[in-house]
Design a protein around this ligand. Structure first.
Ligand code: HEM
Length: 261
């Protein structure tokens, strides 16, 4: 343990922790974006996918245990990432000569951008969990269902049919993806993967992943806002039930058939 802490105390040890925890978050974010695309398969596909995640390993660990292990790893990675970055920048500041001329070069601007965007992303994650995981923030368009645990498609449908919620997500995704682009590039440098002959390809790869993440994440709120994908079955039933008398029987029949988007 002493050796581990001694290594963590070195600058390279701290940079390695930042890179490895960044890698864990990188994996999560790619997986999350791919999972969100299930929305294009309809409400049942997305809700069943979310249910499946909760039930991984349920037979020997009990329901949601695996999910909680993943959550603890993710929360640990976020905390270690942030704390270590704060320590590294404090160390960098301390090692700078007191009267050093403050020059705004590309790397200090990038570091400032990473600090600001990283802080805003943490705020976004708190809002995001309060909205879609816990349902404490329940903003949804009129005529749509409010938050319900497990009804993932319906929850995001109601929220993204409020134009400013959808645009807020698009703006946040732009920031997340720019942060991820720069972070992926720095991570490659820290892990020693960079070399003049490879740098163009690494930067290009990091940019391509960031752009794909942006498109993938934004596609869901924008498709819901523009009705390119349909409402969840409950909203369809409610809308049909509002129609003049004589049509209610149709509602029941279609409700039983379910939404076949
Ligand atoms: C348009 C983009 C996004 C959408 C539509 C979305 C949607 C969702 C939904 C519906 C949930 C709750 C799932 C459930 O209850 O089963 C969730 C959870 C979560 N999201 Fe997102 N998300 C988006 C982007 C992001 C981004 C960019 C991040 C990270 C920076 C993120 C981090 C999380 C986390 C940490 C959870 C909690 C996972 C858990 O503990 O179960 N999300 N998201």
């Amino acid at each position: 343990m002493k050796r581990v802490m001694a290594f963590y105390d070195t600058s390279i040890g701290k940079k390695l922790v930042v890179a490895v925890t960044g890698l864990v978050m990188y994996g999560f974010i790619i997986g999350h974006m791919l999972g969100n695309l299930k929305a294009f398969g309809g409400a049942t596909a997305l809700d069943q996918y979310a249910e499946m995640l909760r039930e991984i390993g349920a037979s020997f660990l009990g329901n949601t245990t695996f999910l909680w292990i993943a959550r603890v790893v993710l929360i640990g990675a976020v905390i270690a990432h942030v704390v270590t970055i704060i320590q590294l920048s404090a160390r960098n500041r301390a090692s700078r000569p007191r009267r050093a001329i403050r020059r705004r070069n590309a790397s200090t601007l990038a570091a400032t951008w990473m600090a600001i965007s990283g802080t805003l992303i943490l705020v976004f994650i708190v809002i995001h969990l309060a909205q879609f995981t816990f349902g404490w923030i329940d903003i949804h368009a009129s005529g749509t269902e409010g938050y319900e645990y497990g009804a993932v498609y319906s929850n995001i449908w109601g929220a993204f049919n409020v134009w400013w919620v959808a645009l807020f997500y698009v703006a946040m995704m732009a920031m997340v993806c720019m942060h991820v682009y720069h972070g992926a590039w720095s991570m490659c440098q820290t892990l020693g993967l960079d070399a003049p002959s490879r740098n163009k390809a690494i930067r290009g790869g990091a940019a391509a992943v960031a752009v794909l993440l942006f498109i993938g994440f934004c596609s869901v709120p924008l498709a819901m806002l523009t009705n390119a994908i349909g409402p969840p079955p409950d909203d369809v039933e409610a809308a049909e039930a509002m129609q003049p008398t004589g049509q209610e029987s149709v509602v029941v029949a279609e409700g039983e058939a379910g939404w076949s988007n």
